[in-house]
Design a protein around this ligand. Structure first.
Ligand code: HEC
Ligand code: HEC
Ligand code: HEC
Ligand code: HEC
Ligand code: HEC
Ligand code: HEC
Ligand code: HEC
Ligand code: HEC
Ligand code: HEC
Ligand code: HEC
Length: 334
């Protein structure tokens, strides 16, 4: 038979303190307090922080590094940096060779397995991203990187070495981590990789253009890292015939090409955001002549197919949809 109200343990009644009533809680709390106070103790001096190690270290020269890092040295010697650093005048940062990027290395020689003793750029590095990037920016500030501070890549804690690998010549130009710009970007931007595989797409997979034709991965004054001031200015750069001037302008074209087009790829023809006539009907009502939704009989193959659905749909008649220069092209018929 189950007891409804089991008699309380007399031991707990006589000691109503929380800690005694719940002996495990006491252990937890005291353990936590101990951990907090220990974390405030100064770090043991036998394990210097990266900052301390760098302050104490001296430059040892690339020959010393090469004595252990033969393979890295060989790969590196084919890069743009190796070529140009060799010609640097003594005492400049470039003349430090390996140590121009990895910092003075004497402390690293004392204990090479302690990653707190050398500036490193790999995934397991203990060097803060900010410090890694500052090292590259010493020599590469400004230029294309003028908008790096505050860019979405910087804000998302990317390091220069997420896209660049100065240790080997893996790409023809730009010391990238992959053999092409697009491949470098696709490492993280999988969704965009899929967009460029759609039926209609910018000829990027065909090798005719790359992400940096439209984006500056180092940051830009526009949104989405675009390397032009507006989306239309970007598109006009290559599709200059769409710039006009036109006698009869189509307002949405002037406003933003992306009113009707996708930037990367689409499953509708000509990178359109949706198919015609729905594209046109997303803005135009049936004022003037009926262009509302149609019955099944009016669909292609129906009993009375509607001209607005056949072939090029609305553009059977309104063909100059980007704008017209014909004196009577007000409705974009010609
Ligand atoms: C005595 C041999 C030796 C010398 C000399 C030496 N290293 Fe190392 N270094 C090592 C070893 C071993 C490791 C790997 C430690 C590990 O895997 O935990 C290492 C690791 C590194 C790393 C970290 C790699 C990573 O995974 O991020 C860098 C960077 C580095 N060395 C640069 C240098 C530079 C620059 C010099 C010259 C100043 C240099 N090393 C000189 C032995 C050496
Ligand atoms: C222009 C800056 C730069 C210079 C100069 C440079 N490194 Fe590196 N090093 C890097 C970066 C960035 C990485 C990280 C590469 C990656 O992401 O794998 C790296 C990685 C390494 C690693 C880790 C293993 C690897 O290859 O990824 C070692 C070891 C190393 N460097 C040693 C050297 C030595 C030795 C020299 C001189 C011969 C040298 N580095 C010159 C920037 C530099
Ligand atoms: C001591 C100065 C110095 C440091 C530090 C330095 N670079 Fe360079 N870098 C140069 C010089 C000089 C060139 C060659 C001239 C040029 O193209 O601007 C160069 C060229 C490059 C190039 C172009 C290569 C090409 O194929 O055209 C890239 C990319 C690059 N550096 C990235 C980096 C990255 C990433 C870092 C940090 C890991 C770094 N650099 C650190 C001086 C430096
Ligand atoms: C998101 C990827 C990405 C990041 C992050 C990145 N870069 Fe680049 N970088 C590129 C690409 C792609 C190119 C080639 C562009 C071209 O050829 O016009 C390039 C080119 C360069 C060049 C050579 C062309 C030039 O502008 O002179 C330098 C130098 C350079 N980057 C330095 C850096 C430095 C320094 C950082 C970190 C502050 C950095 N990059 C971060 C992708 C990146
Ligand atoms: C290491 C991963 C990584 C690589 C490599 C990378 N990106 Fe990014 N990128 C990000 C992250 C993280 C964001 C911010 C989050 C987001 O919007 O997805 C971002 C955002 C962007 C954006 C949107 C910016 C915005 O403000 O909306 C563009 C455009 C972009 N990246 C272009 C590129 C290009 C071009 C390359 C190749 C040169 C590249 N990325 C390489 C990680 C990466
Ligand atoms: C023809 C020019 C063009 C090319 C080439 C291009 N982009 Fe874009 N991309 C754009 C435009 C325009 C936008 C802005 C879309 C918006 O504002 O809605 C954009 C937006 C983005 C965004 C932000 C998220 C989104 O989809 O809106 C990312 C990430 C991006 N692009 C990555 C890439 C990568 C990676 C490549 C190369 C593989 C690339 N782009 C090539 C024009 C281009
Ligand atoms: C760097 C040059 C460049 C830029 C910038 C550019 N394009 Fe293109 N675009 C091309 C090329 C090249 C083609 C392919 C032409 C061909 O195959 O005949 C193309 C094709 C197109 C097509 C037709 C696709 C098809 O399937 O028929 C459309 C629509 C288009 N671009 C719209 C845009 C828009 C919108 C922008 C701005 C966001 C833009 N383009 C920016 C170079 C560019
Ligand atoms: C009102 C919707 C709309 C807007 C806005 C628009 N387009 Fe188009 N665009 C179309 C349609 C529909 C087609 C396919 C039919 C055709 O060829 O006329 C097309 C086709 C294209 C083509 C491929 C065929 C050709 O004419 O070369 C390019 C390139 C193009 N547009 C560029 C642009 C650019 C650049 C802008 C911005 C200045 C823009 N479009 C704005 C509707 C639009
Ligand atoms: C993003 C909205 C939008 C889309 C999509 C759009 N239009 Fe327009 N269209 C407008 C605006 C706004 C005007 C200017 C209306 C005005 O001036 O009163 C206009 C004007 C016109 C005119 C001239 C009408 C007049 O009163 O002079 C025609 C014809 C036209 N559009 C046809 C089309 C066709 C065909 C398509 C599909 C390919 C299309 N439009 C897609 C917004 C759009
Ligand atoms: C068979 C040819 C034809 C087709 C197909 C066609 N239109 Fe028209 N549309 C015309 C003519 C002709 C006018 C000029 C009427 C006028 O000037 O009074 C016109 C006028 C317009 C106007 C201006 C109307 C106004 O209020 O004055 C718009 C907007 C328009 N059409 C949109 C569309 C859309 C959207 C489609 C597709 C659903 C479409 N048209 C299909 C022939 C056509």
């Amino acid at each position: 038979m189950r007891k409804k109200n089991p008699a309380p343990n007399p031991q707990f009644i006589s000691f109503p303190f929380l800690g005694v009533r719940y002996p495990r809680l006491l252990l937890w709390v005291s353990g936590l307090l101990l951990a907090i106070s220990c974390s405030e103790l100064p770090k043991q001096s036998s394990q210097p922080s990266l900052h301390e190690a760098q302050a104490a270290a001296d430059y040892v020269g690339e020959q010393v590094c090469a004595s252990c890092h033969q393979l890295e040295f060989q790969h590196w010697s084919h890069t743009a940096h190796a070529n140009i650093f060799q010609q640097a005048t003594a005492q400049t940062l470039a003349a430090r060779s390996c140590e121009a990027c990895h910092g003075p290395g004497s402390e690293h020689l004392i204990n090479p397995t302690d990653l707190n003793r050398i500036v490193a750029f790999t995934r397991r590095s203990l060097t803060p991203i900010k410090q890694q990037n500052a090292i590259c920016l010493q020599c590469h500030r400004g230029g294309k990187r003028i908008h790096w501070p505050g860019s979405s890549h910087q804000n998302n804690d990317l390091s220069c070495s997420d896209c660049h690998n100065p240790m080997a010549k893996l790409s023809r130009q730009g010391l990238l981590t992959e053999n092409s710009i697009n491949q470098t970007c696709f490492n993280c931007h999988q969704q965009q990789r899929a967009e460029f595989r759609k039926r209609s797409h910018m000829p990027l997979p065909e090798g005719k253009m790359s992400c940096v034709d439209c984006h500056n991965p180092h940051g830009s004054a526009n949104s989405a890292l675009l390397n032009a001031l507006t989306i239309n200015q970007l598109c006009y750069r290559c599709h200059s015939e769409k710039r006009g001037p036109f006698i009869w302008e189509h307002a949405p074209v002037r406003e933003n090409c992306l009113n009707c087009h996708q930037a990367h790829g689409s499953n509708h023809e000509s990178l359109l955001v949706t198919t015609r006539p729905f594209l046109c009907q997303s803005c135009h009502s049936n004022r003037g002549h009926p262009n509302d939704l149609l019955t099944t009989g009016q669909l292609p193959g129906g009993s009375l197919p509607d001209a607005r659905l056949m072939n090029r749909s609305c553009q059977n008649c309104h063909l100059q949809v980007h704008g017209s220069n014909h004196p009577s092209g007000v409705r974009f018929h010609r």
